[in-house]
Ligand binder design. Structure first.
Ligand code: NAD
Ligand code: IPM
Ligand code: MN
Length: 348
């Protein structure tokens, strides 16, 4: 029987609830489809930071390297640990060190969910560059605390980084409806975004079967609300992709529905699967977090591991639940009720 080793990092707040819920579903899928999961749980989180002074041990990245995949809940507890410390101590280094340069975030209406907009045909795959751009960490503060203080945060775009994410996105568009929308802000950002646009145009010649639209991030925000059904695959830089995918989540009906995969397409290191949402301190501990985003992310992990049939069954079980009205609105059902309904549906 094939066994997949999983590093499971529940993290903080609702990250723990949704990870536990998703793991029960994934285990059920494994036994139904004849493979097994070997999860190792890592307590790396803000609580761990309080205990040890670090979000993960010094050799944390090396420890994770040997796993087939990483499954993560959410990181951050801003009341006690500054976000810049917690996220730069755990989530962001994993994405970067493992070259998980393609952050794949599907947005569509699940069965039974209306969402805040009236739209048919809303089905977007957002491809977010995940290792450089605005998250490069290049910058600093000088004259700190004085009236002359200056803070800089330099975006870094490399030809290799931009080309590889665009090629990945063109490939995804080719496998879907053949339309790619590249999002920049090249009317204001004259270096990095003009560079991105140039590379997009150059690569477009290699993908004649894909139609390409180039749009500015501000116009894109409006388009996603006014006409999301006109979009297929969307590619954007790290920060723009971050913002657009919370918007995508909102159009889906809420953060509890948005799944994501941090993919290393070359498979030189493990990929990581996690919901788009964070630790949701406002609802943590109440048992009402939606596990759907985490379960869907788990389905994306099964697909990545080569268990496409199990992945499809998990997604279909989610939609059986939502189709019956379970978990269709934030807080409408408990985490446990939604998980149990998905588990029941998964029995087939
Ligand atoms: P958040 O995503 O945690 O919450 C935003 C809103 O969405 C809240 O009202 C929350 O209740 C709701 N929500 C989120 N997930 C939900 C779910 N599964 N079911 C129902 N409602 C849900 O964003 P935030 O409040 O800005 O961030 C909280 C903490 O999480 C911060 O420390 C932030 O940095 C961190 N964060 C981590 C990740 C990650 O680990 N990938 C992602 C986003 C934010
Ligand atoms: C996400 C999150 C992270 C990001 C934060 C927590 C650093 O918002 O995964 O979307 O910006 O990438
Ligand atoms: Mn985000």
């Amino acid at each position: 029987m094939t066994e997949y080793s999983l590093a499971v990092i529940p993290g903080d707040g609702i990250g723990v609830d949704v990870t536990d819920a998703a793991m029960t579903v994934l285990e059920a899928a494994a036994s139904r489809f004849g493979f097994s999961l070997a999860p190792t749980r890592f307590p790396w989180s803000c609580a761990h930071y309080h205990e040890t002074g670090a979000m993960m041990p010094e050799d944390g990245i090396e420890t994770l390297r040997g796993f087939d995949a990483i499954f993560l809940g959410a990181v951050g507890w801003p009341d006690t640990v500054p976000d810049a410390v917690s996220l730069h101590g755990l989530l962001l280094p994993i994405r970067k060190h493992f070259d998980q340069y393609a952050n794949v975030r599907p947005h569509r209406l699940l069965q039974g969910i209306e969402g805040p907009l009236r739209t048919d045909g809303f089905d977007i795959l957002c491809i977010r560059e995940n290792t450089e751009g605005e998250y490069a960490g290049a910058g600093g503060r000088v004259h700190q605390g004085t009236a002359n203080e200056v803070a800089t945060e330099t975006s870094v775009f490399t030809r290799m980084g931009v080309e590889r994410i665009l090629r990945f996105a063109f490939g995804q568009a080719r496998a879907r409806r053949g339309h790619l929308t590249s999002v920049t802000k090249s009317n204001a950002q004259q270096y990095s975004m003009v560079f991105w646009d140039e590379i997009t145009r150059a690569l477009a010649a290699e993908y004649p079967d894909v139609t390409v639209a180039q749009i500015h991030i501000d116009a894109m925000a409006a388009k996603m609300v006014m006409a999301p059904e006109t979009l297929d695959v969307v590619v954007a830089s790290n920060l723009f992709g971050d913002i657009l995918t919370d918007l995508g989540a909102a159009i889906q009906g809420g953060l509890g529905f948005a799944a994501s995969a941090n993919i290393n397409p070359d498979r030189t290191a493990p990929s990581m699967f996690e919901p788009v949402h964070g630790s949701a301190p406002d609802i943590a501990g109440q048992g009402i977090a939606s596990p759907i985003a985490a379960i869907w992310s788990g389905a994306m992990m099964l697909d990545h591991l080569g268990e496409a049939e199990a992945a499809a069954a998990v997604l279909s079980a989610i939609e059986t639940a939502t189709g019956r009205g379970i978990g269709v609105r934030p807080g409408s059902h408990s985490t446990a009720e939604i998980t149990d309904t998905v588990l029941e549906a998964l029995k087939g």
